[in-house]
Write a protein that binds this ligand. Structure first.
Ligand code: FAD
Length: 465
């Protein structure tokens, strides 16, 4: 790679080449997975380039195309699967400075990809009484562009479903990786070309998202003696048409008391909990429902007094639950599971019983294809890679599909099949295959058999793992 020729072409654009900083900016939360940690620990880029606007970004892409240098886009690197890690080295393209909020109007916002989700929410709330329909639990650190290219849903998905459901993104402006990069505006069906594509087939430079009315959300935690009771309560709460919620998460004992350290004083040992964000105007109804359903509200942010030092409950939910557990006990890892409607409770309880002692159940209730069901992000006590695979196989065999968080490729972490739409767009928008190499198996290895049971290893990983 001729980095000096590249540098000459990038005169005037911010470049970072300090090895330590480049290494730091070449990482994400891949270490959640002991498998990814082993495979990707050595991965680093050669330079971090931070364009300040779309024109500079186009110059970067043009120059990298000319010199055949791989480009891996990056928001703030909170992805969990090594999505933002440059497997072939080259340029780490930071989008953090494309962070202007361009327009807020009734029902929509237009912004750059580098805006931090909570900053966008704050601006929308202050200027228009609106908020994002959904955000990841990393709202305070993650970019909106990274959420769209690497995330799936989160806080708000109980009302609005997933990020890639029709209507949850309005428009994306995307720059291609060609000799003369094109700037495309994608809407409707075309959005599927680049959403959750890990930036393998275009760089998102402008985002138009729908907004929802903003409410004051009250954080609450409801305690139960058993996981089954907590899951049944959450399943019923999610179906209360008149109670507006933004988050309904179930975490089984002993996780809440042992790992939610800053909330520990509100929790009882051995209690399983349901964490809820409920609109202030629904709060009385929520209390009445909880009393009737036998739930004890053990924490209520509106009456708890001094909240200093307490994170919002959404920072105990989604992938934050795993983070809280890992901070206390690094032997934990996790899975991503779907418990399909209408058997979600039965399946979640079956898995809870099947792996007693090595799995702690964690459910996130969501709207999915018009029904209410739950995803699981169970904690798994890691022993060996073989046992982890076995646990995943048993989930799949029991009708609980796994979205494998221990893989860095789009396909293995997703539907285990080629996404023809994303592949076709990559052929068109990244003909040299320079964008985020190694993340799309269909590009590197078109004949790969997804049923082979093998772990796919990108041959271009800069060093052998
Ligand atoms: P990065 O990690 O920097 O990038 C993510 C992917 O997008 C990478 O493949 C990168 O190459 C690509 N990319 C980034 N910007 C662009 C761009 N402008 N154009 C093209 N490609 C781009 N995810 C959820 O969906 N919901 C959650 O609730 C959630 N909770 C989390 C909690 C924790 C504690 C952690 C560690 C992770 C969580 N995640 C969650 C995963 C992650 O936070 C989200 O995916 C997040 O939105 C990523 O944003 P980022 O700015 O960090 O993106």
């Amino acid at each position: 790679m001729d980095m000096s020729a590249l540098r000459a072409d990038l005169e005037g654009i911010r470049i970072e080449d300090n090895d330590k900083i480049v290494l730091q900016k070449s990482r994400d939360f891949y270490w959640y997975s002991p498998l990814l940690k082993r495979q990707l620990d050595h991965v680093t880029g050669d330079l971090v380039v931070s364009p300040r606007n779309e024109l500079e970004l186009i110059r970067v892409l043009k120059a990298c195309f000319r010199h055949d240098i791989p480009v891996t886009p990056r928001g703030t690197g909170t992805g969990n699967y090594g999505q933002a890690m440059p497997l072939s080295g080259g340029v780490v393209l930071s989008l953090a400075e494309l962070n202007d909020i361009r327009e807020i109007t009734p029902g929509r916002v237009v912004c750059g990809p580098g805006v931090i989700c909570s900053d966008l929410d704050k601006a929308a709330r202050e200027q228009s009484g609106q908020e994002l329909r959904m955000h990841p639990s990393t709202a305070h650190t993650a970019t909106v562009g990274g959420f769209i290219a690497g995330g799936s849903g989160g806080v708000g998905s109980i009302s609005w479903g997933g990020l890639r459901d029709f209507g949850n993104i309005i428009r994306l402006r995307v720059v291609t990786m060609e000799a003369e990069p094109r700037v495309l505006d994608l809407t409707g069906e075309d959005l599927h070309k680049v959403t959750h594509a890990y930036g393998t087939n275009g760089i998102i430079t402008e985002i138009e998202m729908p907004l929802a009315p903003a409410y004051d959300w009250v954080d609450a935690i409801v305690g139960f003696d058993t996981f089954g009771q907590a899951a049944a309560y959450a399943n019923q709460l999610a179906r209360q048409d008149g109670i507006l919620t933004k988050l309904i998460s179930v975490v089984s004992a002993p996780c809440p008391f042992d790992y939610f350290k800053r909330h520990q004083k509100f929790l009882k040992e051995g209690q399983s909990v349901v964490m809820v964000m409920v609109a202030a105007h629904s709060y009385d109804a929520f209390c009445a429902f909880s009393a009737r359903a036998g739930g004890e509200i053990v924490f209520d942010a509106s009456t708890a007094g001094d909240l200093k030092g307490l994170p919002p409950v959404f920072e105990l939910a989604w992938n934050h639950t795993t983070l809280r557990a890992l901070r206390v006990d690094p032997a934990w890892t996790y899975l991503q599971v779907l418990y399909p409607f209408p058997n979600q409770l039965e399946l979640a309880e079956k898995m809870d019983r099947m792996f007693e002692g090595e799995l702690i159940s964690h459910l996130e209730f969501v709207r999915f294809d018009g029904d209410i069901t739950c995803f699981g992000l169970p904690l798994i006590r890691f022993t060996t890679e073989e046992r982890l695979e076995e646990i995943m196989d048993l989930h799949n065999a029991n009708g609980c599909p796994i979205f494998n968080p221990h893989r860095y490729t789009l396909e293995e972490g997703g539907m285990k099949q080629t996404d023809e739409i994303q592949l076709a767009f990559k052929r068109e928008a990244d003909p040299k295959g320079l964008l985020n190499p190694g993340k799309m198996i269909a590009w590197d290895d078109p004949d790969y058999d997804f049923n082979s049971g093998e772990v796919w290893l990108f041959k271009g990983l800069k060093q052998a793992s």
